[in-house]
Each structure stands twice: as C-alpha cells, then as structure tokens.
Design a protein around this ligand. Sequence first.
Ligand SMILES: C[S@@+](CC[C@H](N)C(=O)[O-])C[C@H]1O[C@@H](n2cnc3c(N)ncnc32)[C@H](O)[C@@H]1O
Length: 258
Amino acid sequence: MLGSVLPFSPELADKVSEYCENHSEALPEALNKHWEWTIRTWMDAEMMSSKLQGQWMIWMSQWIAPKRASVTLTVANLVLEVGTFTGFSALAWYEGTRATKAEIITLDVRGEVLNFTRKMFAELGVDDRIKVIEGPAASTLEQVDGQFDIIFLDADKHNYQLYMNTILERRLLSPHGVVFVDNVFARGLTMGNEFNPYIEKIRRPFWEANGETLRKLNKSFLEDPRIDTLILPLFDGVTQIKWKTGYLEPGADETSKQ
Ligand SMILES: C[S@@+](CC[C@H](N)C(=O)[O-])C[C@H]1O[C@@H](n2cnc3c(N)ncnc32)[C@H](O)[C@@H]1O
C-alpha cells in the first residue's frame, strides 16, 4: 500500500475516527458538551469541526505556542481564525494556548449565531482571550493587526484566495507561523464530481461548487512564490502553508523587534 490514504468504507471511516478520538488526549468536558449542544441545536452543525479535529487543534497549538514564546518573549496575537460558527474551534485554540495565554481573534459574518457564541464564551469565562469580530472577513481581515503563529481558514471557500492574499500582503502570518486551510478536499469532490456518492443530494451542488473552487485554489497556492504548501489527507483535507524559506527580507520579522 503505497498510497497515503487508506480506502475506507464509511463504516470503517467512522470506526477509525472513533478509535483516534479514544486513543488521543481527551477533549476537555466543556468542549465535548459544546460540540454535542451544537449538534442538537443547529441544523447546519455539520459545518463544525469534528471532535478529533478539536483534539488536533489543541495538540497543534500547545506544540506551536512555546516555540514563539522562546523566540520572541511575547505571546500576543497567537491565533487568527476565519469562521467562528458556534465557537468549537475557538474553544480548542483557547484550550491549547492556556499556558501562553495567547489572544485568539475569530471572525464571522453570521450575527444570529454569534449572539449565542458570545454568550457561551462569556459563560465559560473564555472571553478574556477570545475576541469575536463580526462582519464579512474580506473587510474584517483588513482591520486585524498583529502577527499570528496559527491562522485557521474555515469559512467561505470562494474567498480563500482573497483571504490568503490579504494575510500575506499584510504580513499577518508570523515568519515562523502556519496557515491551516480547512476542507480543501470538499468532501472528495476536489478530485472530481464523480467521487463520493455518499453526499446528501441537497448538499451536492454546494460541495461541487466548492470542489471546483478548491481545485483552482490548491493549484494557485502551489504556484505562489511566497509560500510553501503541503496538502494533508486529514479530516476533509487540510493544507498547511508557511512562508517560503528566504522570501521574507532580513528584518521583516516585526516580532524580533518587540
Ligand atoms: C465551517 S463554519 C466554521 C466552523 C468553526 N470553525 C468550527 O470548527 O466550529 C464556517 C463559518 O464561516 C462563516 N462565514 C461564511 N462566509 C463568511 C464571510 N464572508 N465572512 C466571515 N465569515 C463567513 C459562516 O458564517 C460559518 O459560521
């Protein structure tokens, strides 16, 4: 088996997810409860990250955060997220940065969901470090300042190219930071519309349009001279992006001046 993805049936994929969840550092109870609440409460809860993806976020942010602390002695502005929804992923970033107490900025356009999200953040006492900015990310990203070690793109796929351009042009990604771009497989349809017969009929046009967008986007990221791109078969496909080695001028690292 030389391929990078095992040929799982849906049943085996569920089993494997469950196995990974149960054999990884457990999600804190508050996140578990919040995930279950979202599933029960919101019709479109399928847009929330999976529990295992939450475990992955906690692990990654615990791993990345100390590196920045040791390099710069500052932990401000660690995580930027585009796509808050009910706040599950923001809670995971919060959990993973407890030691460094980093600020987490999360952007979303849906006021009716954010009303619940903000209330829940206040109840859980996490609004000391999570800042929610409401509005279309194309404009709110222009208002965000700082350099982020983790940037998570998990919103409207057809704007990902715009978001990446803003992030790179405004140097929002720290010199040693990483952008995680979520759902780059579009449920498998990035590879072609003939794949994945399991998508609900009503959701298929949405994912077919996303598949087409992501095919172009993945190619464009790969050809972008500013960045190094790695697509991984994690969850619904995650692209990891960092600055291309040597792209940033010496001294362009604002954090080293702090
Ligand atoms: C996949 S969900 C985010 C899920 C969340 N990160 C999680 O793991 O629970 C995508 C979110 O992007 C938001 N969104 C869509 N278009 C947007 C836009 N133009 N600007 C900001 N947010 C947008 C939606 O309102 C939705 O809440």
